[in-house]
Write a protein that binds this ligand. Structure first.
Ligand code: C5P
Length: 401
């Protein structure tokens, strides 16, 4: 699957550089084109000769080499790759990347490149845990750099802990994940609801809730990334636009229901919206005044249950209907009962009791409840929950097919 892909491998200084020889060999075995840049630190551990023998290409080392610049300048090296892999990425090299230094060929190439970058850190455990390295890694990840490893285990320095470079098969898997797009939901149609609903009281006031839309939006994004034709029906949120997703903005539960029905048929529907349970029966046509001194009495009625209506949509019922159950106690048990009551296939139960920070926060702890029972997922970011759910659904369809 990597055939013809162009990988630029930067080898910085670290004993793990010996594993990079195997990485080159495996990439070549997959018919990838591999060019190597060896830093001066890297050259203490492996030789240009071995890299060049394995890659079948010249090895680049010097930013100021006239011969190299005329043959393949550092700007071309930077742009002529589908992916740049830094393995091993030493603490020093990561710091240079984070700081945007460009004093040698490898760092100059990285600074001049707009290509995806994968780093495989390798260092002593204390260096890995140091606040400076933590900050550098966070900064690089924020800029879109992907990381594989490091693993925990015996380190070359004799200490034990996190810092070993990821094993070559894991680096290969990370490379494939970037270069070979996952299309496991292609051909599938997905519907996601997200955000709160606003139920008008009068033209300026409404009933709402604290939902941020982070989880629902992340799910729609994850579906689209692995190929699903995705519609997101969203209540008012501040979430950024999503690439490749058809977003339909609504305000009320009634509008959300109508938008969802207009999207059917779909293969999978995930209801992550925090739909207001109640709406005001007759919203005032003009702003309610406080001058009379008598507080208005709001007459409420129940909103339609969108999840339940999708679960009972007859011929148009999606093959997989997934709901969320935000609970504060007996989370899995309550969610199981809700799954039955609403006629959905999977329920993702999350604890929203005080102190969990789920509403509006970046993390979520969920339990997936299906016919097979309860699956506890570890605490993850909402994006990770979305990725895991998207892959779980792709897996479901691949077995159902
Ligand atoms: O009943 P409860 O609000 O706890 O159920 C939560 C689940 O039901 C969520 O998946 C939510 O999106 C969905 N729901 C809905 N329409 C409603 C109320 C809840 O789709 N009116």
């Amino acid at each position: 699957m990597l055939s013809g892909k162009r990988v630029l491998l930067i080898i910085s200084g670290g004993i793990a550089a010996y594993k990079s020889l195997d990485l080159v060999r495996r990439l070549k075995g997959c018919e990838a084109e591999v060019r190597c840049i060896l830093t001066s630190g890297g050259a203490q551990f492996v030789t240009p000769l071995s890299l060049s023998a394995l890659s079948g290409e010249k090895v680049y080392q010097d930013l100021f080499s006239l011969a190299d610049e005329s043959e393949m300048g550092h700007i071309r090296l930077a742009r002529n790759a589908d992916l740049i892999v830094v393995a091993p990425a030493s603490a020093d090299f990561l710091a240079k990347m984070a700081g945007g230094l460009a004093g040698d060929l490898a760092t100059a190439v990285l600074l001049a490149s707009d290509r995806p970058v994968l780093v495989a850190p390798a260092m002593n455990v204390a260096m890995w845990k140091h606040a400076a390295t933590r900050r550098n890694i966070a900064l690089l990840e924020e800029r879109g750099v992907t990381r594989v490893g490091p693993d925990a285990g015996n380190l070359a320095c004799g200490e034990v802990g996190e810092g070993r470079m990821a094993e070559v098969p894991d680096i290969m898997a990370a490379i494939e994940e970037i270069l070979v797009p996952d299309t496991s939901l292609s051909g599938r149609r997905a519907l996601v609801t997200s955000g709160p609903t606003h139920e008008p009281i009068d033209p300026v006031r409404y009933i709402a809730n604290r939902s941020s839309g982070k989880q629902g939006h992340a799910i729609a994004g994850a579906f689209a990334r692995i190929g699903a034709e995705t519609t997101l029906v969203s209540g008012p949120t501040n979430q950024p636009n999503l690439e490749g997703v058809d977003v339909q903005c609504v305000e009320t539960a009634a509008q959300m229901l109508a938008a969802c029905q207009s999207v059917l048929p779909v293969d999978v529907a995930v209801c992550a919206a925090a739909v207001s349970d109640w709406k005001v029966n007759s919203p005032a046509a003009s702003k309610l005044k406080k001058t009379s001194g008598v507080p208005p009495v709001l007459e409420l009625s129940k909103n339609p249950d969108i999840l339940a209506s999708l679960g009972q949509a007859g011929n148009l019922r999606p093959a997989l209907v997934v709901g969320f159950a935000a609970e504060t106690e007996n989370v899995a048990e309550q969610a199981g009962a809700k799954r039955q009551a609403k006629g959905c296939d999977w329920m993702l139960a999350n604890d929203v009791s005080a102190g969990t920070g789920t509403f509006g926060g970046d993390e979520n702890t969920v339990h997936l409840i299906d016919d097979g029972g309860v699956e506890d997922w570890p605490t993850m970011t909402k994006s990770q929950v979305a990725e895991r759910l998207a892959h779980r659904i792709a897996d479901y369809f691949s077995h159902a097919a």
